[in-house]
Write a protein that binds this ligand. Sequence first.
Ligand SMILES: NC(=O)c1ccc[n+]([C@@H]2O[C@H](COP(=O)([O-])OP(=O)(O)OC[C@H]3O[C@@H](n4cnc5c(N)ncnc54)[C@H](OP(=O)(O)O)[C@@H]3O)[C@@H](O)[C@H]2O)c1
Length: 304
Amino acid sequence: MKKLNIIMTGGTSGFGAVTSKELMTTLGTKMILGNRKSQIQGAMHIPLNLESLDNVRLFAAEVVKYIKSEKIHILICNAGMNHPDINSRTVDGFESTFAVNHLAHFYLLKLLMPYLDTNARIIMTTSGTHNPDENALSAPPVHANAIWLAHPEKDTTLDVKMTINAQRAYAASKLCTILTIRQLANSKEAKQNNWQCIAYDPGPTPGTGLLQKGTIFMRIAWQVFTIPFLRKRILPKSNSIKDAGLSLASLALGKVKVPEGKVYVALRAGKLTFPAPSKLAQDNSLMVALWEQSEQLLQDAKFT
Ligand SMILES: NC(=O)c1ccc[n+]([C@@H]2O[C@H](COP(=O)([O-])OP(=O)(O)OC[C@H]3O[C@@H](n4cnc5c(N)ncnc54)[C@H](OP(=O)(O)O)[C@@H]3O)[C@@H](O)[C@H]2O)c1
């Protein structure tokens, strides 16, 4: 029986760990996880730190070596982080939240595209914070300019409050995820090979490590909201870690029928829905510009 090769980032903790475990219990799958320190029993682990583009390059090279002449059937880019400010820079000199959530995954996608099988499924995790209409508890993005996001000192739209800038940076990185998936879905490679491209929004999912760099108040609230009664009452659209992880696994295995032409899938109160993403996420000129600017950033950093 042919094995499904699954490559996943962010599958070692948070709801991604539920996803990777679920995928591994599915007959005929081979799970390859990019990892820093944590491991999931039974998976093949290849070191990956998305804060370094060179590390992304090495990870992709190891993946290709490991699968030999086989192809990748499912690629899940789920890793993500949320910095409390926009002062942190990666070794490549890019703002960390943008670099990890968007640019590193964009690079990984470009490196692995030649190895994706016909009918491959590519899923990247986004967030409802990208959409002002969601009224999330954080500031929505004001643009998807990759140059400004990578180098906030050039951004002329910065707020006077650092917390607002940090929230915008996270939300913008997730806006970039949807624009990237849309552009990928429009590409000739995706069309020729019948790739299914999905931007998965797990909805608010308390209890994960996402807010570990937040204030003590945020961290406590994030844990308190794992109590199902409180979570459902205070965050009615939210999800349990189990639901967020299992929904991602179902999408990865193609068990969910995504309506024709849709790429944005949002989990709300335990149900997968297919709403339109934000206006900025639907903007085709932004979509094309983001891809080009992201390529430019990689080129400037000598990663092509
Ligand atoms: N929780 C929510 O409410 C929510 C809502 C919308 C979207 N999301 C998105 O969902 C995804 C999963 O988040 P989560 O809530 O499950 O958070 P989490 O518990 O913090 O998990 C994040 C995952 O990303 C990995 N990761 C982070 N930085 C990395 C780096 N530099 N290099 C390699 N891997 C890295 C982590 O690896 P380690 O195991 O090594 O730490 C972990 O597996 C993220 O993309 C997040 O933005 C979450």
